[in-house]
Design a binder for this molecule. Structure first.
Ligand SMILES: *[C@@H]1O[C@H](CO)[C@@H](O)[C@H](O)[C@H]1NC(C)=O
Ligand SMILES: *[C@@H]1O[C@H](CO)[C@@H](O)[C@H](O)[C@H]1NC(C)=O
Ligand SMILES: *[C@@H]1O[C@H](CO)[C@@H](O)[C@H](O)[C@H]1NC(C)=O
Ligand SMILES: *[C@@H]1O[C@H](CO)[C@@H](O)[C@H](O)[C@H]1NC(C)=O
Length: 394
């Protein structure tokens, strides 16, 4: 059975990483021909820093694993001599609750997505919570070209050219997972143990596709927040941004209107004499702004990612956030006295996303650090998935 769960409220990491690269589109700037890594930093170093209260809450007491490496084949498809090159693929394993091969106890495999695998494992309490009940072996496999699973040694070498990057795609990743599962089961004499694959976002797409493409290797897939229908001409172009907008509209119609007006207000303010200086002050930027574009991207990211991680409890996945961050942002926007300008309101709302830890002294608008190792996604998503974003009226 293919169990595909599409979580309508929780939006999609892979689209959003792409969206962040084109973030300014939402605010009317022309599209960049090739999405850079990100329009601005997706996850700044400073934002992952959090105070000890948050860190304690974010850590899951059940999350436990051993880190290992597996000799993986570079190219599963062409059979050219250079394709037989081997690289070390990282995986995490936890057999604490496994019932064993004799009992045909199941194997739960997390099909790694576009980042460092321990970051995802640390945020996937779901598998650790369910392992005891099912007597399951847990395995998290890192996606090639992310984290420590670099096919050509270093990251720089692996991302060097089209020659090397040609091996970064979802088909090769799925074949990696198939090769791995076959060997793991052989090693454990666990051929009779059923495998269920799990993933979220792009990793959820991989889980669903894995079940479809390798039905003899997995009896089921749990694909969470997996937009497997989000391709050309299947859903309307605006779908992603419609969902983000609706999240804010549902929280508060007036809040939604303020956010919508703020894009124009930002533009008109920036054209005034001394306008950029004023904007720098309102948004507490570390450096004086030379253009208004970084602010648009900064706001885009705050609204989109808060909608994407609008969890019901306090979390620390992308950044420390309160429970229901969308509601929290709208409460701030609506709390100002009548007549307050929209820019002050949205600045305060975005501060929830960027400064929930209370540690920021100013906001670095063009920070391009990448603590979760996600930067390869700009290249991969452009090559494999990108659709034209668009945002009129949002
Ligand atoms: C995941 O958790 C482990 C153990 O707590 C920690 O050592 C590691 O740094 C964490 N990784 C990330 C990317 O947060
Ligand atoms: C990787 O390449 C970048 C850009 O050329 C360079 O700044 C960086 O130092 C390199 N990193 C390593 C580990 O060699
Ligand atoms: C299987 O066993 C071999 C030999 O011990 C080891 O090199 C390899 O990494 C193992 N593979 C997996 C997936 O456990
Ligand atoms: C972050 O929050 C702290 C505590 O509320 C505040 O003192 C600081 O000014 C905020 N930083 C920015 C850049 O707004």
């Amino acid at each position: 059975m293919v169990a595909i769960r599409i979580h309508a409220g929780l939006l999609v990491l892979f689209l959003c990483l792409a969206a962040a690269g084109t973030g300014s589109l939402c605010a009317g700037a022309p599209p960049s021909p090739l999405l850079g890594i990100h329009g601005r930093s997706i996850f700044s170093r400073s934002r992952t820093r959090s105070n000890s209260m948050l860190e304690k809450k974010a850590e899951h007491p059940l999350v436990e694993y051993e880190t290992r490496y597996f000799s993986q084949i570079l190219d599963h498809f062409t059979y050219r001599p250079q394709g037989y090159k081997i690289f070390q693929q990282r995986y995490l394993i936890n057999d604490k609750h496994w019932g064993g091969a004799k009992k045909k106890a199941p194997i739960f495999v997390y099909t790694g997505n576009e980042g460092t695998i321990d970051w995802f494992a640390n945020n996937t309490g779901f598998l650790f919570e369910n392992a005891p009940k099912f007597g399951a072996l847990l395995v998290f496999i890192e996606h090639r070209f992310y984290g420590k699973s670099m096919p050509f040694g270093s990251r720089n070498n692996s991302y060097k050219s089209a020659e090397t990057l040609g091996y970064l795609n979802s088909q090769q990743a799925l074949a990696d997972y198939a090769t791995f599962i076959i060997e793991l089961k052989k090693n454990l004499s666990a051929q009779a143990s059923p495998v269920v694959v799990f993933g979220g976002s792009y990793g959820g797409m991989l889980a669903a596709w894995f079940r479809l493409k390798y039905p003899h290797l997995a009896i089921g897939a749990v694909a969470s927040s997996a937009p497997i229908l989000h391709f050309d001409n299947i859903v309307p172009k605006n779908t992603f941004y419609d969902i983000v907008s609706n999240d804010f509209k549902k929280a508060s119609k007036s809040c939604f209107n303020v956010i919508r007006e703020s894009w124009n207000d930002l533009q008109s303010q920036s054209m005034k004499e001394g306008g950029l200086q004023k904007i720098s002050k309102i948004f507490r930027t570390c450096k004086d702004l030379k253009t208004v574009d970084p602010v648009r991207a900064w706001l885009d990211q705050a609204f989109i990612y808060s909608a994407m991680t609008n969890y019901p409890t306090e979390t620390n996945f992308l950044t420390p956030l309160p429970a229901y961050p969308v509601t929290a942002m709208c409460e701030v926007i609506d709390s100002f006295p009548r007549g307050t300008d929209s820019l002050s309101r949205v600045s305060a709302a975005a501060s929830i996303y960027y400064n929930y830890s209370n540690t920021e002294t100013c906001f670095e608008m063009e920070d391009d650090s990448d603590p979760h190792g996600l930067s390869g996604w700009g290249w991969q998503s452009t090559k494999e998935y990108i659709k034209e974003p668009c945002c009129a009226g949002h």
